[in-house]
Structures are given as C-alpha cells and as structure tokens.
Design a protein around this ligand. Structure first.
Ligand SMILES: Cc1cc2nc3c(=O)[nH]c(=O)nc-3n(C[C@H](O)[C@H](O)[C@H](O)COP(=O)(O)O)c2cc1C
Length: 397
C-alpha cells in the first residue's frame, strides 16, 4: 500500500505541514509506505494546454507530457493506492502551487469523449485545508461550495474523497510582533492549544483510515478458479510468485503463442513464475470442445506444463469474478503496433463504436501479469510482442 502526501503550503512545520505529517504518521502506523512531496520545493508549471495527453495515439497517452519536477510526482501518484492533498486557503482558494499541481494532476485524466468517465485509476483521496477564518464565516465567503467543489472533482476522478478542515488557525507564533490587529491573539493561542491538537488527531486517524479501507479492497489472492478436472485453484497459493493469467483458445491466429508461454514457463517456473491458462470461447468461438478435448489438444501440440482451467467467460454476466477484478485493475490501452491491429479495430468498431473505452477483454491471449506482492502490474493485448511479455516477467522475478 503506497500513499503520497502532496503539500501545497510554502511553510514547513506550520499548520498544513503539521497536519499532513500527522496524517502520514497515521498511514505509516497502519502499514503504508508513505512519502511527502513539498510542491514549493519543486520547479514546475501548471497545465500549459499542450493537449499532448489527448493525442489520438496508441496506446492512448492519458498522462501529462510536460517534463519538469512534477513529472515523477504525477507518476508516483498514478501508481499509488491513495493520495492526500494539503493546502492553506489563500484568498478563498487553494495556494497557487496547489492549483497548478491540480490542473496537471486532473487534466491528464480528463476524458473529452465522455466527461463522466475520466481516465484516472481508482484510489482513495483526501484533502486537508487550513485557514484563518472560523467555520461560522463559511457561508459569508462561499467556503462550503469551495471545499465541496474540490471533493466532487476528486470523487468523479478517483471514486473517493474526504475532506479535513482546520479552521481559525494560528498564523504566526507571536501576534504582538505584526500588524494583525484584526485578530484576537489570545483566542488564537487558546484555540491552537485546545482545538489544533484535536485537528492533529483527526489527521492521524484520516491517514490510518485511508490505508485500512484501501487494504480492505480485494486482491488477486481473494479469487479462486476451477481447473479443467474440477478442482479448485486458490490464487492465494501463488502469493509471493509472479503470475501470468491468460485467456486462451485452440483455434485462433494467436494460438501459436502457446509455444512462447511454454518456453517462458520452462525458463522461469523455478524462479517463481506461474501461468494460469483459462480457455475461453467468447472470441470467434475459437475454443470449441470440452475441457478434456482442449486439454488434449494443448498437450498434443504444445505439451503445456502449466495448469489449465475450466473453459470460462471473461466478459459479460457470466464472467469469472477474477476477470472483473483484473479488468478493474488494468483496462484496455490499445493494440499497439501489429499487422492485425487495423483488422481487429475495424471489426470491433463495427460491433460497438465505444469498444475501445471499455476494459473488456478484446480477444484470445490477453495476458495479465501479477507481481510477487499481488499487484496487477501489466496487461498485454494478444497483439503485444511476446518478447515484451517475457521482459516484464523477467523484471519481476
Ligand atoms: C497569501 C495569503 C492569503 C490568505 N488568504 C486567506 C483566506 O482567504 N482565507 C483564510 O481563511 N485564510 C487565509 N490565509 C491564512 C492561511 O490560510 C492560514 O493561516 C493557514 O492556516 C496557513 O497555513 P500554513 O500554516 O500551513 O502556512 C491567507 C494567508 C496568506 C499568506
């Protein structure tokens, strides 16, 4: 479980930073790997509207192409399970740096083809806002709408967001040294001593909760599949291994990929590779026959050494729950360069103009690769070069 904390306050060890650190402590106490990023330490710009993330390219970019200090931060957040954004309120908005970050963070995922379906990966998210004004003035300044707006963006893009507010904060340690006559210094001090520690506790619990709730999500190890002989294969047995899951067919143009899969298994099984072969007849009815017939074919032609599952659906109402999970983790990102690419694209477009937007399995021999920690790290379409698949497996072993 990885969680990023993006701090949009220029001041270290002040209100926002203290709360962010408390939330980070909470996340770490629940077992997360956590990192704080200080936006004011980075050199970056907001979105420059280059539109490179929206180019019609395969695979679809969906990622910010501007290269500066924010690039690696956006990459880390993309791969993280959760992200917490913190900002003081400046002139009834987040700080300039947080706003610039926010533009880059969200615009890359904005889907102009269908606004309601952003191209962002699901994750837990939270905002921590700190501000001078007390909650009693929220309505006068439209703050409720402000916080709701940010929370709504995050919910739309990532499926989850919660907001923690610290109000009436202490802006300086010694009010007597500054022209700050509009504030009651004693009341600020008292609030800092009594309410701010409660805010810190709430931040700690927020960090903890984000990790715990995320950890409650299913993992690949929660799924079982049934072998061709009718026994149950619990994927939890493969914990700590690298697993390649593939939907296969015996009469397909890609069936010869069995040769490479068998070779890969022979080369890497000892080092920890497992291959799960799931015959499926949903693509061109190219896996006809019974489980026994399919197994005989594979043994005769390829001498497949890995376990073969019962013929199953990987899309639609009767799909294996494992596949619903795998597809939720890695959607379709294009066929890449391949001689069959145009043929396949044309065929799918005739059936469904929106075919490329769904995470559904497109054809036989789509492969998912799971790392030793159970993360679904890659999805290879059947058109992907088998050398690429092997490279991916090798790096994980
Ligand atoms: C440039 C600037 C503008 C600010 N504008 C607001 C504001 O509009 N509303 C508000 O409640 N507080 C405002 N504040 C106060 C800060 O939001 C508040 O003190 C915050 O807790 C500071 O966070 P920090 O301690 O992490 O720096 C402003 C502070 C600065 C420096």
């Amino acid at each position: 479980m990885k969680i990023l904390f993006v701090n949009g306050s220029p001041r270290k060890n002040w209100n926002t930073d203290i709360l962010m650190k408390k939330a980070l402590e909470g996340a770490v106490s629940a077992g997360a790997e956590a990192e704080m990023v200080y936006l004011y330490d980075l050199k970056f710009r907001g979105c420059v509207s280059c539109m490179a993330c929206k180019l019609k390219k395969e695979p679809r970019p969906n990622r910010c192409m501007l290269k500066d200090d924010l690039t690696s931060v956006l990459d880390k957040i993309h791969g993280a399970d959760a992200v917490v954004l913190g900002s003081p309120i400046y002139f009834s908005e987040v700080t300039g740096e947080m706003r610039s970050f926010f533009e880059r963070f969200l615009f890359q995922y904005l889907n102009y083809d269908d606004y309601s379906k952003p191209l962002s990966p699901a994750k837990k998210t939270a905002f921590i806002f700190t501000m001078n004004i007390p909650e009693s003035l929220f309505d006068d300044f439209g703050y409720r709408q402000l916080f709701q707006r940010y929370e709504n963006w995050m919910k739309l893009y990532f499926g989850h967001c919660e907001t923690l507010l610290a109000t009436d904060t202490m802006q300086v340690k010694d009010y007597s040294r500054y022209h700050l006559a509009g504030f009651d210094a004693e009341a600020k001090q008292l609030r800092h001593e009594t309410v701010f520690p409660q805010d810190c506790q709430r931040a700690f619990e927020l960090g903890r909760r984000l990790v715990r709730e995320t950890d409650d999500k299913p993992t690949v190890y929660d799924f079982k599949v049934t072998t061709g002989e009718g026994t149950s294969l619990n994927l939890a047995e493969y914990r700590g291994k690298v697993v390649l899951i593939v939907n296969t067919a015996t009469g397909c143009g890609f069936t010869s990929q069995y040769s490479e899969l068998v070779q890969m298994y022979k080369d890497y099984h000892e080092k920890g590779l497992e291959i799960v072969d799931i015959p499926c007849n949903q693509f061109g009815a190219q896996a006809p026959g019974t489980d026994a017939e399919i197994h005989n074919f594979c043994t005769l032609h390829y001498n497949t050494p890995f376990p073969q599952m019962r013929k199953s659906d990987v899309n639609g109402e009767n799909q294996l729950p494992l596949y619903a999970y795998l597809k939720s983790q890695k959607g379709f990102e294009g066929f890449g360069e391949h001689p069959f690419k145009e043929l396949l694209e044309k065929k799918f477009a005739e059936q469904d103009p929106d075919w490329a937007k769904t995470p559904d399995i497109k054809w036989n021999f789509t492969k998912f690769v799971i790392d030793r920690e159970g993360n679904v790290v890659a999805r290879f379409e059947p058109t992907a070069d088998m050398g690429e698949v092997e490279d991916c497996v090798k790096t994980l072993l």
